[in-house]
Design a protein around this ligand. Structure first.
Ligand SMILES: NC(=O)c1ccc[n+]([C@@H]2O[C@H](COP(=O)([O-])OP(=O)(O)OC[C@H]3O[C@@H](n4cnc5c(N)ncnc54)[C@H](O)[C@@H]3O)[C@@H](O)[C@H]2O)c1
Length: 395
């Protein structure tokens, strides 16, 4: 079996390497030529795949990174793992996906199976992508198979990975489902077959909307606890002793990354089209966007105004122990602090360079330090007596 994985980012690369390690010959395609050059040298920024694994998979001949989409024409299965972000108007941006599926279709051979892994709103596979595959390939719908299997990867999670996280799957035809199942079964422990692609599309959006709503709820409760003068984390751990009916979520400067703040907007977008409003999502999105401003206010209170003050923001990626800054709420935090006249520097040894600025060292030269994203490596004793505002739940 020979396959192509289109998009070699946080989702596509771990998938390509897992498939390669199971003995499948994998082409990893990406438009980003620098990324391909780095992969060919065994280098990646994706935490969940070690450079050693990439080099090994290349040297055994099981993994070939390339920017040439024509490898699709030699592939039995093509998986699409490209970004599905939001536009400036906060609506779904399918441009990467449509471009990728169009180029796949133009190289698709008869009898192959196309699997979409990118997150999309229900109806996208059947209503938007299938017509592109048919029109651009010149193949009839019964001359290739098509399935949807959303990725559930959680970057930097030490317990749950591509192998032991159950996978959702639905084909447009029984044959598509069966072929996709036989493929994933080689390197995924458990696969849940859904009765339609729309079920699988919606389930993925439900999972991430659940997280956005609950994290936003906890952030609102953390503001309540702070005003009350009690520790939100102690409240959460007390509530979490209940053995059923409660799941802990934790406070932060807001939700970030390519998934949790974005995917619910795909669901909300579909809800508007079909006239079934998802008000919880709208409110959670609003609370999430307000959190950086709340911490700007807390900073002002803590040191009596920000004008001319030297503020160090610690951790700028969207969550601890990753270098990913997509949709990071720390961006809005820094902007808010600057708008109040603060001189803002930031420290993050994982991100190093961001928005044209470089990470600075931890030191005692600041009027205030804000712990935004607590990476494990941080040694806050280097701050000396600098007051610290902890966005993760200090009073
Ligand atoms: N990052 C996560 O934690 C995560 C988790 C689950 C699901 N997802 C979903 O998976 C999808 C991919 O996300 P990601 O985080 O891997 O994105 P990413 O930005 O890390 O990687 C996507 C890659 O696709 C490449 N690309 C874009 N258009 C292309 C094209 N036409 N041809 C070839 N390559 C192309 C980009 O250069 C990029 O390297 C999204 O739909 C996302 O919602 C992401």
């Amino acid at each position: 079996m020979q396959i192509t994985v289109v998009g070699q980012g946080y989702v596509g690369l771990p998938l390509a390497i897992a498939a390669a390690e199971s003995g499948i010959k994998v082409f990893g395609v990406d438009l980003n030529e620098q990324l391909i050059t780095n992969l060919l040298q065994g280098m990646t920024k994706v935490n969940d795949v070690s450079n050693t694994k990439i080099r090994q998979s290349i040297s055994t001949g099981h993994y070939t990174p390339t920017s040439d989409i024509k490898v699709v024409s030699d592939s039995d299965i093509v998986l699409v793992c490209v970004p599905t972000p939001i536009t400036d108007a906060r609506t779904p941006d399918l441009s990467f996906l449509i471009q990728a599926v169009t180029s796949v279709a133009r190289n698709l051979k008869k009898g192959s199976l196309v699997i979409i892994e990118s997150t999309i709103e229900p109806g996208t596979c059947r209503g938007t992508l299938l017509p592109i595959l048919v029109n651009e390939s010149g193949l009839a719908t019964n001359e290739f198979d098509f399935a949807y299997s959303p990725e559930r990867i959680d970057p930097a999670n030490q317990s749950w990975n591509i192998k032991n996280t159950s996978k959702l799957l639905a084909g447009l035809s029984l044959n598509g489902t069966k072929r996709a199942y036989d493929f994933y079964e080689k390197f995924v422990d458990s696969i849940k077959i859904c009765s339609s692609v729309e079920i699988a599309e919606t389930a993925k959006l439900l999972e991430n909307s659940f997280r956005l709503i609950n994290i936003s709820f906890i952030n609102e409760i953390s503001i309540f606890c702070q005003k009350l003068g009690i520790d939100i984390n102690e409240v959460i751990s007390a509530a979490a002793t209940k053995p059923y009916g409660f799941m802990p979520f934790y406070p932060s400067v807001g939700v970030g990354g390519h998934c949790i703040p974005v995917d619910p907007l795909y669901l909300a977008n579909k809800s508007r089209k079909i006239g079934a409003p998802t008000r919880f999502i709208d409110l959670a999105d609003q609370i999430n966007q307000e959190m950086p401003g709340y911490f700007v206010g807390r900073s002002e209170e803590k040191i009596g105004g920000l004008k001319g003050k030297k503020v160090l923001v610690i951790g700028v990626s969207y969550k601890p122990n990753v270098a990913d800054v997509r949709e990071t709420p720390v961006d809005a935090l820094i902007l808010g602090l600057k708008n109040k006249g603060a001189q803002v520097s930031w420290h993050d040894d994982l991100v190093k360079e961001w928005n044209g600025e470089k990470s600075v060292a931890l030191s005692n030269e600041y009027d205030l330090a804000i712990l935004a994203t607590p990476h494990d490596y941080l040694d806050l004793t280097k701050l000396g007596d600098v007051p610290i505002l902890n966005t993760r739940g200090s009073i």
